[in-house]
Design a protein around this ligand. Structure first.
Ligand SMILES: C[S@@+](CC[C@H](N)C(=O)[O-])C[C@H]1O[C@@H](n2cnc3c(N)ncnc32)[C@H](O)[C@@H]1O
Length: 320
């Protein structure tokens, strides 16, 4: 591995036992469920990157356009020489649109997908040699003790990709409260939020014609096979995603195409034909509802931006 003076890596990756406990808990629950955070092993992160390039998947390109158009305004609000924390940084593509204008002192990407994070963060460190890059592999839903240098700078946070939509609304509020504590009084958060829109557009975004989202969803079962020695048969489960207009959310499921029993680490899990594992929710917000949520979590809204078609939004929030 290349040694870079401006690069540090902290590894708090969740233990395999925690993954096993979550899988057995989720598969014995009625209905069966698994957290979307488990999508992201190295292969899952690569599938997600492929999703972001799909013609049907408008969120990534729309958010990047907003960052490009409003970058200067965003930088004026967030300020310079900060510690810039990115939650769920993935390939760190979006932050590249902001680094030149923001000029942070430290970039701290936090992600659960260890090898993918390491590669993406190292590539930032190589491309920005005067920026200190301090990558943290951790589950951001756990309480994370940030590396010490986090206290030496004012902290701003970036939470792109509408990952906030993966939380149940009440959990989203609790999570934002946690972020507020992390960045401290007066701290600022730039957050990307997907908007309510024509359900057909939403449906297409999660049911792409090339089957990439299906492969991403099914990789969860492959990951369980690989890491926990399970025997899910990949051709016996199918991707199913739909928009629920009452709850304003996309639901992703993996449904069993036959009656079957799956073995995982010595335990047996029965599936009826048509039974599903609920693998993700992606809540869509209106601007008003999101601002209410942000206020309830202790943030003021400083500014927000959306594209002409009102597909996606960015919000600059400040801890009250
Ligand atoms: C939907 S992708 C978004 C990636 C990138 N931020 C973007 O906007 O394109 C979610 C990212 O968050 C990471 N992630 C998901 N759940 C996480 C968790 N609980 N803790 C830390 N990272 C998480 C995933 O590994 C992935 O990189």
């Amino acid at each position: 591995m290349t040694y870079l003076e401006n690069f540090a890596f902290y590894d708090f990756h969740p233990a395999t036992e925690d993954f096993y406990t979550a899988v057995t808990t989720g598969l014995t629950h009625h209905p069966k469920y698994l957290s979307p955070k488990f999508f992201y092993d190295t292969v899952g992160s690569q599938w997600f990157d492929a999703i972001t390039k799909l013609p049907e998947y408008y969120p990534t390109r729309t958010e990047i356009n907003l960052l490009n158009i409003y970058g200067e305004e965003i930088a004026d609000l967030l300020g310079h020489d900060n510690l810039l924390l990115e939650l769920g940084s993935g390939s760190s593509i979006k932050i590249r649109t902001l680094l030149d204008v923001l000029q942070p002192a430290v970039y701290m990407p936090i992600d659960i997908s260890r090898e993918h994070l390491r590669d993406a963060a190292m590539s930032i460190a190589q491309d920005y040699p005067s920026l200190q890059v301090c990558a943290v592999c951790a589950d951001y839903t756990d309480s994370i003790e940030l590396p010490k240098l986090a206290v030496a700078y004012p902290c701003v946070a970036f939470f792109p990709g509408s990952s906030i939509g993966n939380f149940e609304p009440n959990d989203a509020k609790l999570f934002l409260k946690r972020v507020a504590t992390m960045i401290g009084n007066g701290g600022k958060l730039l957050i990307g939020v997907d908007l309510r829109k024509d359900p057909n557009l939403l449906h297409a975004a999660y049911n792409d014609s090339q089957g990439v989202t299906a492969a991403f969803n099914l990789n969860l079962l492959q990951r369980i096979n690989k890491e926990l020695g399970a025997n899910f048969q990949m051709d016996s489960f199918q991707h199913y995603a739909f928009y629920n207009p009452i709850l304003h959310r996309i639901e992703m499921h993996l449904f069993s195409m036959k009656n079957q029993t799956v073995r995982c680490n010595g335990e047996l899990f029965d599936f009826q034909k048509g039974e599903s594992i609920h693998s993700e929710n992606s809540y869509k917000y209106s601007i008003e509802v999101f601002h209410q949520l942000a206020n309830q979590a202790g943030f003021n809204v400083l500014q927000f931006w959306q594209d002409d078609q009102a597909l996606f939004s960015l919000h600059c929030l400040q801890v009250q």
